[in-house]
Design a protein around this ligand. Structure first.
Ligand SMILES: Nc1ncnc2c1ncn2[C@@H]1O[C@H](COP(=O)(O)OP(=O)(O)OP(=O)(O)O)[C@@H](O)[C@H]1O
Ligand SMILES: [Mg+2]
Length: 378
């Protein structure tokens, strides 16, 4: 049963109940007067009229009070804060207690959420500050690398150029020519190491970008062949090792790629091939990438010493060489393949060492896969 908690409501209802009872009483009296025949006969006509009027008024008043009473009760039930209806709602005191508990719990949750929000905001600002710091450090590192790279390469290139001139000059005595050749070869090795070290640092600092453009693939591959020949010449292997270029007839005339970056990978691979091949050939084979309309597959094969199974898993790691230790016969820092792999990934491609070369007579084969986009689509 619905019981209003508000005393005013209670009083209003009581007044309505009393008025209803009074109206019902008056109706009863009116009925008694009007319906009793002896009384009707004895009463003069004005009394009969008054009794009739009393009856009508009493009936209307009783009906009106009943309706109002019912309406008020319905309205109060609808406005009940716990939403319970007149018939099955909990007592108002219970509802108020429940409301208090809900309010307390809400306040507690609100406080906790406020604290957590403040903590999160402070964490966000801390992370933003750290991110900004990292960005600043990266910018400094990148600019340092760019400057150092330029500062080291420029004088080294000048020295190498002069040594080359001494070596080819007709009036240089044979002994001096030989010294110049040795110095040139050492200088080139130094330049390569400096370049590789700086390039690795740049890749790690994510400061290397790929800028593709429409490229004449035949001209680019001729440049790779010249680089391979220069590498063999520098190692005085050009008499014993031949550099070869094999182009698939299915190649398109042009590809959309970063020629400089692809050449950097091929240069590193042909340099390795010429470093580890004493006799035979170094081959660059280029064909369209299987299963892709615009990609390229570039294979670098050599007839050198091969790569033992036990070091195959490690050679792609940084500063890792196949033959470690003090008696290591080959120069280098063990960075070349790591740089090549990273560059290949940056271009969306991959570099792998094949378990067995796909052409007869070769000992080692690296496969560079480049899935290239169609320029017009960009
Ligand atoms: N064509 C190859 N034939 C035989 N071994 C190879 C060949 N290419 C790579 N390797 C092995 O993989 C190792 C790692 O090669 P990587 O190019 O990373 O370093 P590196 O040539 O020794 O030094 P860097 O390239 O820094 O001058 C080499 O030291 C060598 O042992
Ligand atoms: Mg190398």
């Amino acid at each position: 049963m619905f019981r209003p908690a508000d005393p005013l409501t209670h009083t209003v209802l009581r007044v309505f109940a009393l008025l209803s009872a009074a109206a019902a009483g008056l109706t009863g009296l009116g009925l008694a007067v009007f319906l009793t025949p002896p009384l009707q006969a004895e009463l003069p006509s004005p009394w009969a009229l008054a009794a009739a009027a009393l009856f009508v008024f009493g009936t209307f008043a009783a009906a009106l009070f009943c309706c109002v009473n019912r309406l008020v009760l319905r309205r109060l039930a609808a406005l009940s804060p716990d939403g319970c209806d007149q018939h099955n709602g909990p007592p108002a005191e219970e509802g108020t207690g429940m409301l208090d508990r809900i309010e307390t719990s809400l306040t507690r949750h609100e406080t906790r959420i406020g604290e957590q929000l403040a903590q999160l905001q402070s964490e966000v600002s801390e992370r933003r500050a750290a991110e900004q710091e990292a960005k600043d450090a990266l910018a400094v590192q990148t600019s340092f690398l760019a400057t150092t790279s330029h500062e080291l390469r420029t004088p080294l290139n000048a020295m190498l150029g002069l040594l080359h001139l001494i070596q080819i000059a007709p009036d240089t005595p044979p002994k001096c020519k030989q010294h110049a050749r040795t110095a040139l070869s050492a200088g080139q090795r130094l330049l390569e190491m400096v370049s590789n070290t700086l390039e690795a640092a740049k890749l790690e600092a994510k400061a290397v970008t790929i800028n593709p453009h429409q490229t004449d693939i035949r001209r680019l591959t001729r440049h790779w062949l010249v680089t391979a020949e220069a590498s063999l010449h520098r190692r005085s292997r050009d008499d014993d090792v031949t550099a070869l270029l094999e182009l698939s007839p299915d190649l398109d005339p042009e590809y959309y790629l970063d020629g400089g970056r692809v050449s950097q990978i091929i240069g590193n691979l042909t340099d390795n091939a010429s470093k580890f091949t004493a006799l035979g050939k170094v081959q660059i084979a280029v064909s369209p990438l299987a299963g892709s309309k615009h990609g390229l597959e570039i294979r670098i094969r050599d007839t050198g010493e091969g790569i033992p199974a036990e070091v195959r898993g490690q050679i792609f790691e940084r500063f890792t060489q196949g033959k470690q230790g003090m008696s290591r016969p080959h120069d280098g820092a063990g960075l070349g393949l790591w740089i090549c792999t990273d560059l290949a990934h940056l271009m969306g491609g991959s570099l792998e060492l094949l378990d067995a070369p796909t052409a007869a007579g070769f000992a080692t084969e690296f496969l560079l896969k480049l899935p290239l986009p169609q320029a017009a689509a960009l």
